[in-house]
Write a protein that binds this ligand. Structure first.
Ligand code: NDP
Length: 240
């Protein structure tokens, strides 16, 4: 049987990144898994997985991790730029450091991740970038001001990248989830914002499991390279 190509994921230590790692591992792919919590990557216990403690704010660290994994498993065929945080809160009251952190991770971190693999994909005329945006990259929500800004950025860059990379046969998929059950709320420090979010979530019957998202990404990836799912919007049915 042919060896499956290498798939790389940032933020693979929990939530949607972890679920996607499990889905691609079950489909037989070797993996490059990156996150800051190396213990959580190890605990996944997935075969053929190169694990690297990487902060996506560190462009050189992502490039080094990609080089290590490619030396072992061949070129990265899919990069999931997934790592992100949601420091939701009242824009006038939240510390400006929260804005910095979201912009550094959700914006610059995504660009650092794309940078590590884009030229290789262009040279090979083959590859898939999966860009983690959000339903909050399509419309705004209360107390999501800078978070929405970071995710609208991902939408804009992804659309531009899709047009730029199309003639090179490289696919760009934007992922726009609604409320998914992960550790994402652990980032929210503001108690009023957190209480409102939880009340809204409960009113629509809760979030949906992250496994569903991992399986969707796998399904989109497995289409022939000539076929592109440009955007995946996945929300709880009752979410507006
Ligand atoms: P989790 O908090 O479970 O996962 C976030 C992941 O990002 C973790 O693996 C974390 O790993 C990683 N991460 C955070 N900061 C960094 C960093 N500086 N460097 C490297 N890795 C980092 O939440 P989700 O799975 O929900 O979040 C994944 C993505 O999904 C995010 O971009 C989020 O904005 C997006 N999203 C989530 C939705 C939801 O409802 N859950 C809805 C829409 C979008 P570690 O801490 O080990 O570094």
């Amino acid at each position: 049987m042919d060896k499956k190509p290498l798939v790389a994921i940032t933020g693979a230590s929990s939530g949607i990144g972890e679920s996607t790692a499990r889905a691609f591992s079950a489909a037989g792919h070797p993996l490059l898994l990156m996150a800051r919590r190396l213990d959580r990557l190890k605990a996944l216990n997935l075969p053929n997985a190169v694990l690297r403690q990487v902060d996506v704010r560190d462009r050189a660290a992502i490039a080094a991790a990609v080089a290590d994994a490619e030396a072992e498993h061949g070129p990265v065929d899919m990069m999931f730029a997934n790592a992100g945080i949601a420091r939701l809160g009242d824009i006038a009251k939240q510390p400006a450091e929260d804005w910095d952190e979201m912009i550094d991770i959700n914006v610059k971190g995504v660009m650092n991740t794309v940078h590590a693999v884009m030229n290789g994909m262009i040279e090979r005329k083959q590859g898939t970038l999966v860009m983690m945006s959000s339903i909050a990259g399509r419309k705004v929500y209360p107390d999501h001001t800078v978070y929405c800004g970071t995710k609208f950025f991902v939408h804009a860059v992804s659309e531009s990248l899709r047009e730029y990379l199309a003639p090179h046969d490289v696919r760009v998929i934007v992922l726009s989830p609604g409320i998914i059950d992960t550790e994402v709320l652990d980032h929210v420090k503001d108690e009023t914002t957190l209480a409102n979010y939880k009340a809204n979530k409960s009113a629509i019957g809760g979030g949906i499991p992250a496994d569903i998202v991992g399986d969707l990404i796998l399904n989109a990836y497995q289409l022939p390279q000539r076929a592109l799912v440009q955007e995946i919007v996945i929300t709880p049915t009752r979410q507006k």
